[in-house]
Ligand binder design. Sequence first.
Ligand SMILES: *[C@@H]1O[C@H](CO)[C@@H](O)[C@H](O)[C@H]1NC(C)=O
Ligand SMILES: *[C@@H]1O[C@H](CO)[C@@H](O)[C@H](O)[C@H]1NC(C)=O
Ligand SMILES: *[C@@H]1O[C@H](CO)[C@@H](O)[C@H](O)[C@H]1NC(C)=O
Ligand SMILES: *[C@@H]1O[C@H](CO)[C@@H](O)[C@H](O)[C@H]1NC(C)=O
Ligand SMILES: *[C@@H]1O[C@H](CO)[C@@H](O)[C@H](O)[C@H]1NC(C)=O
Ligand SMILES: *[C@@H]1O[C@H](CO)[C@@H](O)[C@H](O)[C@H]1NC(C)=O
Ligand SMILES: *[C@@H]1O[C@H](CO)[C@@H](O)[C@H](O)[C@H]1NC(C)=O
Length: 516
Amino acid sequence: MEKDNETYLKLFWNRTSNNRKPSLFSSKSAKATALTTTFLICFIATFSAFILCNTPKFAGVSIPNKNLSTIHAAQPQENIEFPLRCTKLENVTQTCPRDYYPTSHNPTKNHNHTCPSYFRWIHEDLSPWRETGITREMLEGARRTAHFRLVIVDGKVYVEKYQKSIQTRDVFTLWGILQLLRVYPGKLPDLELLFDCNDRPVIPKERFQGPNNAPPPLFRYCSDQWSFDIVFPDWSFWGWAEINIKPWREVLKDIKEGNKKTKWKDRVPYAYWKGNPNVASTRKNLLRCNVTEKNDWNTRLYIQDWGKESNEGYKKSNLGDQCTHRYKIYIEGWAWSVSEKYIMACNSMSLYVTPKYHDFFIRGMVPLQHYWPIRDNSKCTSLKFAVEWGNNHTDKAQAIGEAGSKFIQEEMDMNYIYDYMFHLLNGYARLLKFKPTIPSGAVELCSESMACGLNGTQRRFMEESMVKSPSDSNPCIISPPFDPVTLHDLLEEKANSTRQVETWEDQYWKNKNKGE
Ligand SMILES: *[C@@H]1O[C@H](CO)[C@@H](O)[C@H](O)[C@H]1NC(C)=O
Ligand SMILES: *[C@@H]1O[C@H](CO)[C@@H](O)[C@H](O)[C@H]1NC(C)=O
Ligand SMILES: *[C@@H]1O[C@H](CO)[C@@H](O)[C@H](O)[C@H]1NC(C)=O
Ligand SMILES: *[C@@H]1O[C@H](CO)[C@@H](O)[C@H](O)[C@H]1NC(C)=O
Ligand SMILES: *[C@@H]1O[C@H](CO)[C@@H](O)[C@H](O)[C@H]1NC(C)=O
Ligand SMILES: *[C@@H]1O[C@H](CO)[C@@H](O)[C@H](O)[C@H]1NC(C)=O
Ligand SMILES: *[C@@H]1O[C@H](CO)[C@@H](O)[C@H](O)[C@H]1NC(C)=O
């Protein structure tokens, strides 16, 4: 662990913890001392390059000045908004309003649409329990590393908190789940699940093989091919308060605007990366590919100074202003990196350094169609070739960039994020062999109990990402599980594309070295 990071993060933490307001999670467990070295590594690990500047005004709380029982009876619910309804009295504990938000989902549109293909991985993620189902005993096996238990009973959400997560990961994850229930009120089944907010997967496949040895089901933000952890959308879709990353819906608007500013062919014809190299050796290794007087690997690499950005109020960089290069590098940190979707939304061709981990959507993307694969064990030569190829074949490179961005902007808009969560939680709940119950240590959670006591960035992001009325249509329809042949072909097709690029690359360097 480098000193620099530690200093910066302390600085960073002081800043954010000063702003902290009492909330559901600020009780005994919220000691700032939880800031361990691991914590530090994890934080920087997940983010490489982006910051925002726009700070919209603090949105005031409005309470609808209407007779709600009339509304429920008379009008189609799509036109009515149900904003945060905070108790304004001093010293009165915020409770969850009753008879306010609709409790059933009555969509006005009756169109059936198929979910994006990456949804099919939900079946794969749940397949370890397909035969056995999930018993309470299996679930409790995941308790060891969980940060919280989430319980849904009769459309209400309860949480039992076990340990403090890194920053506000748990808060915004729970917020996201509450919003899902606002999108599809009354549609979520009863369930109990355990969630681990740390980076790396912890349920190794090799430990859970053979009959009567089903793994504990544990939700987290990323997994890998050697683990059974169940992947779930990360907190940043609802905002990353500590570094001022707005909710995804807002960021997407900024990036779409930003994309219009510079046409692909007018963008800087090099591979761009900006991030914290100190979280993983592969990132330090990447920096060796930076342009020098002697070598030009066609890259422009920069170190992200979060301390400086934080002190300057994140004024410098709007995510939408960072779509200025034809090529943008994605590289993992301590685990998967939250920066992935921001990088890929830019209309630039993503240069995707071979990853170890996967989040919930990347499995739907295909090399050469949505991004360009980069070797992890020979980054500089691989990058140089990729950029030169792109500059020789601008139409093709532009098309790959656009296909990747289209995927991120359309197949991963917030509606689909909620649909993904919906199908995942539904599929999971169907496997439960026991009746979910509200543990004695749990508290009821609703948007009001989470947001009303907050102030500042967290409150602003919650207001911005809040779902104010139920969806006017049903969730998309998820395709059935892959049959083994289709799955095999899909993986082989991806491997083929990667091999194809590697062959071109080897040929290029062979010729080049011959010529010299
Ligand atoms: C709301 O409307 C219902 C039905 O019209 C009526 O019975 C009730 O008294 C009204 N409530 C308030 C607070 O105005
Ligand atoms: C609220 O609580 C504080 C501290 O207990 C007290 O000083 C204050 O007078 C209370 N305000 C009201 C309106 O009861
Ligand atoms: C949509 O699908 C459902 C169930 O698959 C079916 O009952 C319904 O008729 C379909 N609606 C339309 C408009 O196709
Ligand atoms: C990479 O090279 C560019 C151009 O010389 C320079 O501005 C930048 O600071 C370098 N990055 C690092 C991490 O040294
Ligand atoms: C790009 O084009 C130049 C000139 O035709 C050629 O020498 C070079 O090998 C090409 N590079 C790649 C990667 O296609
Ligand atoms: C929120 O912050 C503002 C300005 O810092 C302050 O005036 C206000 O009282 C705070 N509200 C709450 C609920 O803490
Ligand atoms: C992958 O490449 C091999 C050999 O080039 C070929 O035989 C196979 O059909 C390809 N598979 C797919 C799914 O494209």
